[in-house]
Ligand binder design. Structure first.
Ligand code: CP
Ligand code: NVA
Length: 298
């Protein structure tokens, strides 16, 4: 049974296939008469809606489940919830605090499990990011994405996805918010050597896509004030985008903290592709589910 806990659970060939399915018109209704359980420990606008609509477009029925309503790991263990849901649904998606929660669901191995964001990774976001870059530039191989900010779940999945797609990846973070060695090893295993740059301006220069995300991820709220101080100088604003080449686009997974990691004029400016990127969450989700619940299980 295949599970998608991180984007490198796909091979390069499988990733390309998922992106092709995401772009394909008239998807096969592989979920007709079937359900997908969508369990959330954290809030969501894009992930919940994109997954729900993707399931509907594939002929299925999504069921949103707030983790606190079912008492995930308090009223019932993660394993018992997973076994129960596997009796109703063709797949389970889960947004969790600890990555080990989705690993425990996958270990039950009854139905495919999709990580809808954990403290470690956000593979569904990375799929949409790659789809957005591919639609903009026609191909991914050889293109360069520059990530400015916190080396977080979104950055990790983006880097891994970039590696699988044959892209170049640059990152600039304050020193204490950099990738751990284990992250770099995993990224390098895709064949990518990430470029780590101290100055965000140097990362932006020559990149095709400039990417940022919140400095304070869900669950880190108590650190917000400290992080705002630590990330000073890392705002992607017009001055920063001035170092980018002509034709470079701006991406953000959203939600944006306007005036912190990105300025209004960049988020709403002509280089921004954030609304296309957000809409691509649904297409990417449909592509992934088409592959995972059909081709991958054949
Ligand atoms: N980008 C993203 O995952 O958005 P949500 O948190 O709103 O789902
Ligand atoms: N890094 C952010 C992404 C939100 C979609 C978080 O984990 O909160």
């Amino acid at each position: 049974m295949r599970h998608i806990l991180e984007i490198d659970d796909l091979s390069s060939e499988e990733l390309a296939r998922v992106l092709d399915l995401a772009a394909a018109p008239d998807p096969a209704k592989v979920l007709t008469g079937k359900g997908m359980a969508l369990i959330f420990e954290k809030p969501s606008a894009r992930t919940r809606n994109s997954m729900e609509m993707a399931v509907v477009q594939l002929g299925g029925h999504p069921v949103y489940i707030a983790a606190n309503e079912i008492g995930l790991d308090t009223r019932e263990s993660v394993e018992d919830v997973t076994n129960t849901m596997a009796g109703f649904h063709a797949a389970i998606g889960a947004r969790v605090f600890e990555h080990s929660t989705v690993e425990r669901m996958a270990a039950v191995d009854r139905v495919p499990v999709v990580n809808l964001l954990s403290d470690q990774s956000h593979p569904m976001q990375a799929l949409a990011d790659l789809l957005t870059v591919r639609r903009e530039f026609s191909e991914l191989a050889g293109r360069t994405v520059a990530y400015i900010g916190d080396a977080n779940n979104v950055a990790r999945s983006l880097a891994l996805g970039a590696g699988l797609a044959g892209m170049n990846f640059r990152i600039s973070t304050p020193p204490e918010y950099a990738f751990a060695e284990a992250d770099l090893d995993r990224i390098r295993a895709t064949g990518l050597e990430p470029e780590i740059l101290d100055r965000p301006e140097d990362a932006v220069a020559g990149a095709d896509a400039i990417y940022t995300d919140t400095w304070t991820s869900m669950g880190q709220e108590e650190e917000a004030a400290q992080r705002r101080r630590d990330f000073e100088g890392f705002t992607v604003d017009e001055r920063m985008m001035g170092f980018a080449q002509v034709g470079a686009i701006f991406l953000h997974c959203l939600p944006a903290h306007r005036g912190e990691e990105a300025s209004d004029d960049v988020l709403d400016g002509p280089r921004s592709r954030i609304w296309i990127q957000a809409a691509n969450r649904m297409h990417a989700a449909r592509g992934l589910l088409s592959w995972l619940l059909n081709e991958a299980q054949e």
